[in-house]
Every structure is written in C-alpha cells, then in structure tokens.
Design a protein around this ligand. Structure first.
Ligand code: MIG
Length: 765
C-alpha cells in the first residue's frame, strides 16, 4: 500500500490545495461548491479521465487553512479536513462529518491453504481467497445505519451494503445471480445515504478495482486497486437526486434520443435470413402489435465478419431494409469488436496495414478466438482506430441500417482471457489491456456514435453491453444475457434503477428473458413491466422457446398489445423525461429513494419504481400471484386503472389479475398522451391529450422533429400547461418548431373536451 506519512505543508494553487506529505504528494481540487476531487498521481501527474471530457472545474470561493498539522478547507457546501496519512473527513456546513477515512485494524478473513482450495475445486467450487493488500486503498467509516447505491449493473438488490464488487467488465453467460462480483459494466460511482445526510463518491480509475461495502467489517467500507492514480470525487448534496445531478455534471448526461428508439423493438438470436426478419415484421402488423425496430443478430454477417452481409441469407440487404422501412420498421444490426483474421477480408487487411489492432508486447497482432474463429481486436483507445471504425459504419448506414448494437465488447474472448500486458495506444500514450479493458466498450460505443452521427446526421442509436462511467453520452445499454426466470424479472428493477442512478438512463433488459424458456405468464408479467423500461426490446437466445408476441395464447398476445399500446400513448411523457434528463442527468426509472430518501421504507424498496416523478409502477413479479404489495410514498396518488384516490405513506395489497400491472399517478400531475400508433410516425400527431390528476397541476412539454440535432439550435417547442381550480391554460414558452398541435384534449376525472390550440390560451373546464 502506498503510504503518505506526516502532512508537512500545504500550498494553494488556483483551485487546488497541494498536500505535501512526508512520503507522497497529493492534492485536493475544488471543482464546484459541491464537488471536491482527491488526487494522488502515482501513475501520472494529471487526470487521464475517459469519463470526464470537459473542463469541469468552475471558479469557486474557498478557504484553506493549515494549522497544527491539519488542513481545513471550506466551500459553500463542504468542509474538508486532511490529517497525517492522508486521512480525510468531509463534513456538511453544519459540521456533521459524513465521510471519514479510517485507519483502524482490518479484519481480513484468514486465507485458505492451497490444499484446502484444491480440495474444494475438485467439486467445482470456485475459490477466490480475499486479497488483503492493494497499492491504492481508501477506507471509510460507516456511521451505523448507512445504505449504499450504485456501482452499475451488479446483481445484488438496490442497497449494496454487505456485498463486495469487482470492477472488471465481464461477459457472464452463466445464470446471473447476486453472488457475482463482476458483470459487463464498470460504473465506479457510489451513493451513500444515512440518517443525517447523503454523499457520492466517484472513483475515476479504469484498472481492475474492488469495492467492499461492509462485507469485511460493518464499521467501514473500502475501495482498492493496484494501479493508476488515486483519483476520486466527493459529491455533496441534499438528496439522492442532487448527487446524481452532480455526477452527471462531471460525466455527462444521456442525450435526447430519436423518438423511434422509444418504440418496441423485436430481436432474437436465431433470425437467420432476410425472410425470418420479414416474417417478424409482417406478424407485428398482422397481430396489431406496435413495433418500431427489428434487430439482426450475428447470423446476418458473412462468417461473422463485421461490416459484411451474408449474400445467401441476405441477397439484397439494401432493398430488404428499405422495404422494412416502408412498413415502419427501423433495422438495427449487431456489431462485435472482434475482426476475423483472414487475408483478403477488407477490414482485416486495412487494420493490419495501419496497425489498428491490439498487439502483444513483442509487437505482433494479438489473436484470440471469438465467433469468426481466429480473431484480432481493434484498439479503440486509439483515436485513429475510432475514426476508422466510424467510417466503416457507413457500410451499414448505406444499407439503410438505423442503429448499431455493440456486443462482446468487454472484450469477450473464447480462448482464455486477453492478457493484461496486451498493448493498446491510449490516444498516443502507450498503454495496456489492464488499463484499457474497462473502457474498451466505452471507446467502441464512442466510435459507433461518431460514425452514426457523421453518416446519418441523426441522433445516434447505439446499444452496448460493456461500458464505463460517461458512456451515457454515446450509448444506451442492455443488461446482457439474463434468463427467462422470475428472479430475473424481479432483478430488472434494482438493476435498471441503479444504472439510472449511475447516469445510464437509457437502458433495458432482454424482455421475457434471453436464455432459458419463457412461459406465457412470465412473458406477460415481463411485458407489463418492460413497457416502462426506457429501452424496450424483446430478445432471446437460439434454441429457447420463441417469445415473439404471437407465440403465446390469445390472452397473452392481448397483454402484449394492451401494454405496448399504453407505452406508445405515453411516448410524449417518456420523451419529455429524456429532454429534461439531458439537462439534469436525472434518470427515467427512479428508485423511490431518489425523491423520498427521508422515508426509510424507500431505502431498500426493490419492487417498484417511478417513471419520472408522476407515474409509479408496482409490477407483479412472482408466479401465480394475482396481487401485489404496494407502497406509496408521501402525497396522494391515483390508481391508474380505477382512478381511486389513495393517500401515501401507505402499504396495501392491490389485486392484479394477469393483465393488470398496478400503476399509480401522483396527485397534481398532467400526463400527456399521443394516439395509439402501429409505429412512431405512422400518424401525423395533430392532437395532444392531457390527462389531469388533481386541482393544481403544472407540466412542461417538449416537441421537435424527433430525429436530428436541430433542437440544440432552438428548433423545438416548449409548452407549459397548467390546471388550477378548473381553469386550464396553455402557453408556448419556446416557439421554435413550425409543427404545432392543432388541438388539445383535456381530460379531467369528470370531463373530456377537445379545443383548438392557441399559443396562449385559457379556458374553464
Ligand atoms: O455469446 O450474438 O449478449 O444478446 O444474442 C453470445 C449472440 C453472443 C451475446 C449477447 C446476446 C447475443 C449473442 N451474444
């Protein structure tokens, strides 16, 4: 472990306080009143962040005082003290210490003997004795009742206390369980909530790292890694929402997507030919299931070579994709990072010629095995390789492809793991796989984003499996290979709300489950929940029971239709949340602790969430149960189906037959709705319906062309709707988009009226 020793002196230099310890130098950097960076450059002197791309520090007033060997630094929001051995306390302005380093004794479990490990391995146990020493090690006190949220796609419940996690992007095809320490994504951002406060910690280091959240000892939690810099951000705030806002201030927000990407998407690993896809599209329309996109998994390619079509299976891709498009379907293709090592294959030849692939320390291209067989790996940490990849995306867009699905980008390899010392080029700085592994998917997504942007001019639609903090700027994410299991239906809520707290707001799970066979009941319940996921894609594995809507009985097909129609009518609500989210960083799917953290019931509530602040979803996630235990937080709520008014801070049982997902609307909400459509853009939307829940409502609604970046130049409309004591008013508060609604339909509990829209109107309902 790196030691610091006595704190000898401190120097203020611009927005930094340099800390001179006897054995090391470190510094605090004041980013904003509420964000302090702690840095010790073991590897290099400056941040080398993949997550934070902008200059985030803003001029901030602070005081720094060094006396009696202790530094005290204060901003408007935070008081920091630093003592010998770099023990740091962060307090709020009332002097409550919220986050405090501790150097108490550790209690690492005694290691197992090698013999004991061998014996256990004979039966197939995987034994990883706890590692007790890290070069970079931060250990913080736990002050009693503390909850931990964050760390990405990890599978434990929402509160991560008592678990240990490893940040090392991992393709995990085995049945996902909460016992796994690592999964596909690295989002090393943690929110800690306790009785007297909340704070965030973002550890911006891409090497393999470990978070032990009181698993070792209830009195502390720790973070450890062996390489890179100590580089973490302390984030202060009043609420979980504040912390998420500040984290996305640093790492970026999820940008507004194209409207069609919010539609239903159908996928399966097993659609082989053009005809398979055409049949899916045809059936969607035949069975009146709204759907906007079909996905082409690996079998569309020629011998799994990226940027090719198999000409037997897809004799005329361009024409076929155009036909799909005429029928309202966008086409999304999978692209894996691995490039088939085959002379004469243009991607391989170009990459070899230009040195675009990862190499061994001896300078040979590094080979492993993935779907194409002998495979090499583009070095996406190199800007030139990202540009090259972005240019190759043109092959897809020229064929009419609208979005790209990036798989296997941990990177996943079939013949053992890629060794740590494989050479990569971190934008000119020589680097290695150990450092670049966790950002491989991030950089690949970034290249894909740039390619789609360049070749289409539209807001890129990228889906990724692996990512790092900040990837939300470039890509949506899915949670990889789940199974058609009730446990995984349940798990989707903590997993997706956690991704949302970590900035990855546009995410979803494979609806109905990827591997294993789904059942009609499970599929129905999964759809009732899944229509509220930002990314709404049904996907399954080769050889499993088919789970396209029409593969189930009439009742279940009806449930697909009913809930997808509900989603399509709610699209303006989803889209408004995305519009706001680009500014605030707030996710669409919010765990209840996001807004109601003073209510202890919300601290460990895994079974429901809100979509924005107005809609609460409490799905049934157990087989055979036709009821749900619902908790409503403070305020009044309306049952969406019965319109019954229910007061909050209230737990009760709601009956829920197979076609009912309990949904509640918060009092004083306005919910905007579009008409039902077979796909987005099927109808010209001239009318907006506003459902009014209460006597004192306000709502801002955004509308634009739904596809390109013109909204950033002001080409959009922002409507403000209010309803107070029977008077409805509408105002165009930003007038920048020529297409306006012709009529508004206002629906209260008592009445529904349709009126012509005027820029500034007031009417008695
Ligand atoms: O190891 O492309 O998670 O969604 O269908 C299988 C085939 C590789 C893993 C992805 C899954 C996809 C599958 N892929």
């Amino acid at each position: 472990m790196f030691e610091f020793g006595k704190l000898l002196s401190c120097d203020v230099c611009d927005n930094k306080v340099l800390l001179n310890f006897a054995e090391n130098k470190a510094r605090l950097e004041i980013i904003r009143d509420d964000i302090i960076n702690v840095f010790c450059g073991f590897e290099c002197d400056e941040h080398n962040s993949k997550a934070i791309e902008n200059d985030v520090a803003v001029p901030t007033q602070f005081t720094a005082d060094f006396s009696d060997g202790v530094l005290t630094l204060k901003t408007k929001c935070v008081a920091v003290t630093v003592k010998d051995n770099m023990l740091i306390d962060f307090a709020d302005t009332n002097g409550n210490i919220l986050c405090s380093d501790t150097d108490c004794e550790r209690t690492v479990e005694p290691s197992l003997s090698e013999d004991a490990i061998k014996l256990m391995e004979q039966e197939g146990h995987i034994v990883t004795p706890p590692k007790s020493d890290y070069n970079i090690f931060v250990r913080k006190k736990v002050f009693g009742d503390e909850h931990f949220y964050g760390l990405g796609d990890k599978l434990s419940p929402m509160d991560k206390k008592y678990y240990q996690f490893t940040c090392w992007n991992t393709d995990e095809p085995r049945t996902h369980t909460e016992a796994y320490e690592a999964l596909y994504k690295t989002l090393p951002f943690l929110i800690t909530l306790k009785d007297n406060g909340v704070y965030g910690l973002f550890f911006d280091n891409t090497y393999r790292s470990v978070f032990n959240l009181c698993k070792e000892n209830e009195n502390y939690f720790w973070y450890g890694t062996d390489n890179g810099n100590l580089d973490y951000y302390y984030i202060a705030g009043q609420s979980v929402a504040d912390i998420v806002g500040a984290y996305t201030y640093l790492t970026g927000t999820t940008p507004l997507p194209q409207l069609w990407t919010l539609g239903y998407q159908q996928s399966r690993w097993g659609y082989i030919t053009q005809k398979d896809i055409e049949d899916v599209a045809e059936n969607m329309r035949k069975y009146n299931i709204p759907c906007d996109a079909v996905h082409l998994d690996i079998d569309y390619m020629d011998a799994y070579k990226v940027f090719t079509f198999n000409s037997t299976r897809w004799p005329n891709p361009k024409k076929a994709i155009e036909k799909l498009s005429d029928n309202g379907f966008k086409t999304v293709t999978i692209i894996d990072p691995g490039v088939k090592a085959e002379d004469g294959y243009y991607i391989y030849d170009e990459g070899v010629k230009n040195g675009y692939f990862c190499t061994t320390p001896e300078g040979e291209n590094y080979h492993n095995v993935v779907w194409p067989g002998d495979t090499v790996f583009p070095d996406f940490s190199n800007g030139k390789v990202r540009d090259w990849w972005a240019n190759n995306i043109k092959f897809l867009t020229d064929n009419g492809v609208s979005g790209v699905w990036n798989d296997m980008n941990e990177p996943s390899t079939f013949n053992g793991f890629m060794p740590d010392d494989i050479v990569m080029n971190d934008d000119g700085k020589k680097s290695d796989h150990a450092k670049m592994h966790n950002v491989y998917g991030h950089n690949m997504s970034r290249a894909t984003y740039e390619g789609l942007k360049k070749h289409t001019g539209k807001r890129p639609f990228v889906i990724t499996r692996a990512c790092y903090s900040g990837s939300q700027k470039y890509t949506t994410a899915w949670t990889g290979d789940n199974q058609s299991l009730w446990a995984h239906l349940k798990m989707a809520i903590p997993q997706l709300t956690t991704l949302g707290l970590n900035g990855m707001s546009f995410a979803g799970t494979d609806l109905c489950g990827f591997s294993c066979d789904t059942t009609p009941e499970l599929a129905a319940r999964w759809m009732e929940l899944g229509v509220f996921f930002p990314l709404c894609r049904n996907h399954s594995a080769n050889g499993t029971k088919h789970q396209e809507p029409w593969c189930f009985n009439d009742e279940v097909v009806g449930i697909f239709r009913k809930y997808l129609n509900l989603r399509y009518t709610l699209l303006p609500y989803f889209y408004d949340l995305f519009y706001q989210g680009e500014k605030t960083g707030f996710p669409l799917m919010r765990p209840l602790v996001f807004r109601y953290s003073s209510d202890p019931v919300t601290h460990t509530l895994n079974s429901e969430f809100t979509l924005g602040d107005s809609i609460l979803i409490a799905p049934v996630t157990n087989q055979g149960e036709n009821f749900k235990t619902v908790y409503l937080p403070e305020g009044n709520w309306y049952d969406y189906w019965t319109k019954e008014k229910i007061s909050g801070k209230n737990m009760f049982i709601r009956s829920a037959e197979l076609d009912v997902c309990p949904i509640y609307i918060k009092e004083n909400s306005i919910i905007p709705k579009f008409p039902e459509q077979a796909y987005i853009g099927e109808k010209e939307i001239d009318n907006l319906k506003l459902e009014i829940y209460g006597d004192n409502c306000e709502y801002e609604h955004f509308s634009d062309n739904g596809s390109d970046f013109k909204y950033r130049d002001g080409e959009y409309n922002l409507y403000k709707f209010t309803y107070k004591d029977g008077v409805f008013s509408a105002k165009l508060i930003h007038d920048g988009y020529a297409k306006k609604y012709k009529t508004l339909t206002i629906k209260t509990f008592e009445k529904e009226i349709t009126v012509d829209f005027a820029d500034n109107m007031k009417i008695n309902i």
